[in-house]
Design a protein around this ligand. Sequence first.
Ligand code: XMP
Length: 387
Amino acid sequence: MDFERFIQEKVEEIRRVVGPERVLCAISGGVDSTTTAFLVKRAIGDRLVPVILDTGFLRENEVQDVVSTLSGYLDLKVIDVKDVFYRYLLGLEDAEEKRKTFRHVFYSVLAKVAKEYGCRFLAQGTIAPDWIETVKGIKTQHNVLTQLGLQVEDLYGFSVIEPLQDLYKDQVREVARRLGVPEKILKRQPFPGPGLLVRCVGRVDLEKLDILRKATAVVEEMLLSFSPSQYFAVILDNQVISVGYEGRLREVACKYFTTGVNVKYLGTKATGVRGGSRVYGRVLAIEARDLCEVPYSKLHNLVMDLVSLDNEITHVILKICDNNPVGKYVIVIRSIETRDFMTATISEIPLNYLEKVSTKICEVCGDYVAAVYYDITSKPPATIEFE
Ligand code: XMP
């Protein structure tokens, strides 16, 4: 791909489409939205209005970090909309209901901001996997509207421009480099628009969100040196359900371990993908007495064997450490390797290092945490996020 030509063509296209109007751009500090803002700024200069919405689902210190990283490049306005997001989202449980509600609140807020700043256009960093997977019905990405046939002008009063919509992540990074996007943003791992909302699996409330935020900070700090493509924490309720064929699954798992193994289903649903279609299925937790017995090369086969017995399983998680048997939540560490985010494999982080990360999570999150697990599922059959 000729990236210089791509930039030149997009700059001309943006000028042609936007004319003399102002353009709002909601920046998350991720590479997609920031690159979009840099492109629009190159095209129309100060008629770009860059904002960051503080939705209440961002990570520790995220707003301040993004504002300071981009200062000198973009004059970001911070818009605190935590109250409205919490009003509509706290208490929701179903993954797609959360995503669709988030999308609606997000664009309703942006509609008001656009009106206030006199913007007739919204520029956003939608990329190819976002709309491809949304159109296929795998999950509703927060920033996909027109591709679903939604009449954005009627609904929200602005038109959407998406200059990166045919690119994949590695191509966006190349465009970003050429536009002078700061290195810190280029190196940032992706973070979904609905943020911690989709990692607070099942019913979402402020206590759960607070613990997730702390666990996320530990995982991001301690796994950084491994440079995975994406790495984060997830929180689930510590509930177990029985489906009746745990015995069969245990027999299969036992073939991979020489010492005792236990398997159980957690009570929360999670998203996966099978044959290109969405599965909103189950999380299977495995506990093995001696973790170091099974090499990573075999864990993938273990997962596939389990999924072939129960194709409702979307994520298989391996217990790394126990903390408090009556803790309300379990934390899952997820770390994956991918180029295009359409498929992914798990990061082969040494299990004894994952024990250190888990111990730190328990220290920071305290008695709320029953146990810490590592997600050993590739995409497919899981998706990268749990919801
Ligand atoms: P999944 O979970 O679909 O994730 O395998 C693929 C990539 O997309 C990110 N992701 C999102 N990004 N808005 C975004 O901007 C969203 O609604 C969204 N959902 C998932 C995810 O973090 C991963 O990088």
